[in-house]
Design a protein around this ligand. Structure first.
Ligand SMILES: O=C(O)[C@H](O)COP(=O)(O)O
Length: 207
């Protein structure tokens, strides 16, 4: 039995382009982000991948990315579950601030720690650990059972909500998770073993 799980971070958003901390704010995709999403769909189609169900967050950039991918693979009406458990990490008081301004104000190292560490939260926001505390239960309860019974699952979400999941799938630790970056619009194609661990992982980067 094939146990297919594909994760994809949304395409470039308007606030990604403006280099603003976004979190739970709700900008849409830029024209480049739309192109990235459609290109991701084409790469999945080239592999002959289709899906039985999709999951996404409550945020527009992820939902729009999913819609464009599904159009490209000819599955526009695929059953889709949306849940805020898959929302991006909440950046709290940093939301809306320019990332370079934040570096100038608090220093490169502090901003890197807020963006990429496991258990240090930005002021008023969520750490990756906090994000995992909502993503992983949702994955275990709603996504993994479908994958394990052979449903082909596509998840369109966010850089950090997917880092929280990839940390477990890839066997990363709080010490190694800071090295994991997810590019916009690049599908991660996982196939799981019967014991739910990863058999294969393929990153479908643009040619
Ligand atoms: O929420 C955001 O600002 C971005 O989507 C992800 O930000 P990061 O890559 O700085 O964590």
């Amino acid at each position: 039995m094939e146990r297919l799980l594909v994760l994809v971070r949304h395409g470039q958003s308007d606030w990604n382009l403006k280099n603003l901390f976004t979190g739970w704010k709700d900008p849409d995709l830029t024209e480049q982000g739309i192109r990235e999403a459609r290109a991701a769909g084409r790469r999945l189609k080239e592999l002959g991948l289709t899906f039985d169900v999709a999951f996404t967050s409550d945020l527009t950039r992820a939902q729009h990315t999913l819609k464009l991918i599904l159009e490209e693979i000819g599955q526009a009406g695929l059953p889709t579950l949306k849940d805020q458990a898959l929302n991006e990490r909440d950046y709290g008081d940093l939301s809306g601030l320019n990332k370079d301004d934040a570096r100038a104000r608090w220093g490169e190292e502090q901003v890197h720690v807020w963006r990429r560490s496991y258990d240090i939260a930005p002021p008023g926001g969520e750490s990756l650990k906090d994000t995992a505390a909502r993503v992983l239960p949702y994955y275990i309860q709603h996504i993994l059972p479908r994958v394990m019974r052979g449903e082909r699952v596509l998840v369109a979400a966010h850089g950090n909500s997917l880092r929280a999941l990839a940390m477990v799938l890839d066997g990363l630790t709080p010490e190694t998770i800071p090295t994991l970056e997810l590019a916009t619009g690049v599908p991660l194609v996982y196939r799981l073993k019967a014991d739910t661990t990863v058999e294969t992982k393929r990153v479908l980067a643009a040619a």
